[in-house]
Design a protein around this ligand. Structure first.
Ligand SMILES: [Zn+2]
Ligand SMILES: [Zn+2]
Length: 408
């Protein structure tokens, strides 16, 4: 049997599922991997699926795809556009769309696995095809590791994966070293003492506390980091109160933090905690603030030597001019968790998915088009081919670079 990858892709695209609810997708994946002859384990980290093919002595190579969609209403107008709805973790009814292209990742990994199985006489080693839930929450990879992933499947010698991106289909992009930002979102619950708006002396005002904390937090990047270090501290939410003449009992701040270096990240997060506690103490708050980490993505770091070796294999497979260096990307990923937990190097690359004809004017005008929908856009619509073809070829080439060759 050979999978019709375009049909698999259209079906997945039409039936996206929210994070940790990828039951239908996981079922399709498990069935395909079983039909290829892999040993399949389901339900790792709730909806994660892993297929293992032990094919003689040699290195263990892990290929990773993520499976979840996003709460976005699709407006691409494609014949296979999603009309799916889902219930988010707070119980809200939501539209669901594969707006980040994880359907491309699932399809390409199924295609690559089928091809590697068909060519198994020409290589030896162990192949792991891993399909991860909930990348969009930053919790899926961690959930699989916490659920005993590496007690249930062999630890890999290398972790490889790819993400579709809005540059021309037919191209791949890989950057050695720190490739994507770390992202942390956290909420800070500040406690005061409520009372009448006319008598502030009987209260501890959490609105005033929230305001002073917000201002002071901006001093972290401005006054505590070196000029050569970069980070972002954004207070994106302030919630407090119900009426203008009532001083509320508490206020909540929602923060988003981006950083490109683990030392800087640790320093910024520690400074946030220090400032929140100190401002609460300065207000005479009845209790220390509660700081809750919500989504967390580590730095995505491509191990330099492994990246050079993999990039050379990608250039041989796709063509010398078709592998670019996209530089540092400000988005975030949790694929690194799978590599760190195994003590293995990571190589994670980008796969072009946009219609190359849209870039024609860029050559003439010297300007990149800014109307090409990016990931998370309701218009995001990767070109099926050559995207799938190149995505499969890239995974196969990268895997074969690390598996032993039995060819003379
Ligand atoms: Zn995404
Ligand atoms: Zn994504």
């Amino acid at each position: 049997m050979t999978l019709d990858l375009a049909a698999v892709y259209r079906d997945l695209h039409e039936h996206p599922e929210l994070s940790f609810q990828e039951h239908r997708t996981a079922g399709i994946v498990a069935e395909a991997l079983t039909s290829f002859g892999l040993i399949v384990t389901t339900g790792i980290g709730r909806t994660g699926v892993v297929g293992v093919l032990e094919n003689g002595a040699g290195p263990t190579v892990l290929l990773r795809a993520d499976m979840d969609g996003l709460p976005v209403l699709e407006v691409t107008g494609l014949p296979y556009a999603s009309t799916a709805r889902g219930t988010d973790h707070e119980g809200n009814d939501m539209p669901v769309m594969h707006a980040c292209g994880h359907d491309v990742h699932v399809t390409c990994l199924l295609g690559a696995t089928e091809r590697l199985v068909a060519d198994r006489a020409s290589w030896s080693g162990t192949l792991i095809a891993l399909f991860q839930p909930a990348e969009e929450w930053g919790g899926g990879a961690e959930a699989m590791v916490a659920d005993g992933l590496y007690d249930r499947v062999p630890k890999p010698d290398i972790v490889l994966g790819q993400h579709v991106a809005p540059f021309p289909a037919g191209f791949a992009g890989v950057h050695a070293g720190v490739a994507m930002a770390a992202a942390d979102s956290l909420s800070v619950r500040l406690h005061g003492t409520g009372g009448h708006g006319s008598r502030p002396e009987t209260t501890v005002d959490p609105v005033y506390l929230a305001a002073s904390t917000t201002v002071r937090l901006q001093g972290i990047v401005a006054r505590e980091l070196a000029a050569t270090d970069a980070a972002v501290v954004t207070v994106g939410q302030i919630h407090a109160g119900t009426k203008s003449n009532i001083i509320p009992a508490e206020a909540t701040l929602g923060l988003s933090v981006r950083s490109f270096d683990e030392t800087v990240r640790t320093k910024v997060l520690a400074a946030i905690e220090r400032i929140a506690k100190a401002e609460a103490a300065a207000s005479g708050a009845p209790r220390e603030p509660e700081i809750t980490f919500e989504e967390s993505f580590p730095l995505t770091v491509n191990e330099p030597a492994a990246t050079e070796r993999t990039a050379a294999a990608l250039r041989r497979a796709l063509g010398e001019q078709r592998v670019i260096d996209p530089g540092l990307v400000s988005g975030s990923e949790d694929v690194g968790v799978l590599a760190t937990a195994a003590g293995a190097p990571l190589v994670y690359w980008f796969l072009g998915g946009a219609d190359p004809s849209l870039f024609g004017d860029a050559l003439a005008t010297g300007r990149m088009p800014d109307d090409i929908p990016s990931n998370h856009s309701p218009f995001f619509a990767p070109l099926i081919e050559p995207t799938l073809d190149v995505g499969v070829a890239a995974l196969v080439a990268a895997a074969r670079e690390w598996l032993d060759s039995t060819e003379a």
